[in-house]
Ligand binder design. Structure first.
Ligand code: ASP
Ligand code: MG
Length: 406
């Protein structure tokens, strides 16, 4: 007998029939003799609709009331799933975040979980009652409902699993696992049996939207074993685990990409101490996240170029910040390009192998793809390329690292 947390995403509970299907799956797990807590998302599309309504009433609104509205999607699905379980003879009850309670900080709209007290729900679980818990929500220090940011139900599930020391947290979704790269682009992408927390963290933050990044962080910090699997098939999923559990480490496990990038270049900026501090300080003050940065060596010791990337949504604000700096900072002009993609190779095996990045550069060169910016970390190499080459780059790299399915 094991204690398990099962999480079902929006498409898995997208309508009443699907909720009944989830109930049957939960029943099967209960009948294997497990103690089960289930975390659910709102029906797919429901949260988007709720968010839309809040902005229609007022573009700028009280975020506490935003949370009051958007947290309701999950209230519907926990109640319906509890009923569906009871209908097929499985004792169950629903739990809102505040009833558990799942305590968060007061950052409405993107709150962080501070503590989860599972003693109440465990009482029922020990008696065979399934706890059906609302994902995405908690209660803030002021006693008001909070939400965890979009996709936050994954984080709710992992936090619950950590608090009740569950054997595993199974995340049921509409894909059957984590792939070596986006299977919609690369037909030969393979499902991974296992992936390390660190690799998953990179994949998640680089745009593979299977799990909310924060949930992976939490799982890594608390050693929660996570499995990603499909609620529509019986195929085994992908296990997210500690590095020690993976015997044969691939040099590159996955290739991620993000089209949500924009490139900005400051031409002929004075090559003096304090210039980078001025530029990036002003961007930080405007809450603009900068990702990749390159600064060229100045040939004459006078002027140089600085290139960096921001998210596409922030490009206009970033350009405004730079033009406001014109009095303080001497530069020739600003160039910007929103049509760029960041492609990254990820793998813990990189730590112990040489020549990994070189293979990437060669594969891209062979296809005539120009690399605009490079950044690296211990387990990742990222390059910025023109957006039109995204598909070609992904396919070539997938082959170059031997990841293609047979
Ligand atoms: N329903 C919320 C959302 O759509 C939370 C989740 O599904 O994870 O963002
Ligand atoms: Mg999700």
């Amino acid at each position: 007998m094991a204690r398990l947390v099962l999480k079902f995403g929006g498409t898995s509970v997208g309508d009443v029939d699907r909720i009944k299907n989830v109930a049957r799956r939960v029943k099967a797990v209960v009948e294997q003799g497990n103690e089960v807590a289930v975390v659910v998302s709102a029906m797919s599309g429901a949260t988007n609709q709720l968010v839309k309504w809040t902005t229609e009433v007022a573009r700028l609104h009280d975020t506490r009331e935003y949370d009051t509205v958007v947290a309701t999607g999950e209230q519907v699905t926990i109640g319906l799933l509890a009923i569906a379980l009871q209908e097929i003879g499985v004792p169950a009850r629903s739990w809102m975040g505040w009833q558990v309670p799942i305590r968060t900080d007061g950052a409405h709209g993107s709150a962080r979980i501070e503590s989860v007290d599972t003693s109440e729900i465990e009482k029922g679980m020990k008696q065979g009652q399934v706890a059906v818990v609302a994902g995405f929500q908690g209660i803030g220090p002021d006693g008001r409902v909070t939400t965890l940011g979009r996709g936050g139900s994954d984080t709710s599930a992992v936090a619950l699993a950590a608090a009740m020391k569950a054997e595993r947290c199974d995340i049921y979704t509409d894909v059957d696992g984590v792939y070596t790269t986006d299977p919609r682009i690369v037909a030969k992408a393979r499902k991974l049996d296992k992936i390390t927390y660190e690799e998953m963290l990179e994949m998640a933050s680089l745009g593979a939207k299977v799990l909310q990044t924060r949930s992976v962080e939490l799982a890594m910090n608390h050693g929660v074993r996570v499995q990603v699997l499909s609620s529509f098939s019986d195929a085994p999923g992908t296990l997210v685990v500690d590095e020690d559990e993976i015997v044969e480490k691939e040099i590159v496990s996955g290739i991620a990409y993000s089209r949500d990038e924009a490139k900005i270049t400051l031409r002929a900026v004075k090559d003096r101490p304090g210039v980078a501090a001025t530029v990036f300080g002003a961007l930080a003050d405007a809450q603009i996240n900068v990702d990749m940065i390159v600064q060229n060596v100045s040939a004459d010791g006078e002027a140089t170029d600085i290139t960096f990337t921001v998210t596409r949504a922030q490009i206009d604000r970033a350009l405004k910040v730079l033009s406001d700096l014109k009095g303080k900072l001497d530069y020739e002009k600003v160039l910007s390009d929103p049509a760029v993609t960041k492609v990254s190779i990820i793998g813990v095996g990189m730590r112990s192998h040489a020549g990994v990045a070189q293979r990437m550069f060669q594969a891209l060169a062979d296809k005539g793809i120009n690399i605009q910016v490079i950044s690296t970390s211990e387990i990742k190499v990222s390059v910025l390329i023109a957006e039109e080459y995204t598909e070609l780059a992904l396919r070539s790299l997938h082959t170059a690292y031997g990841l293609d399915a047979a």
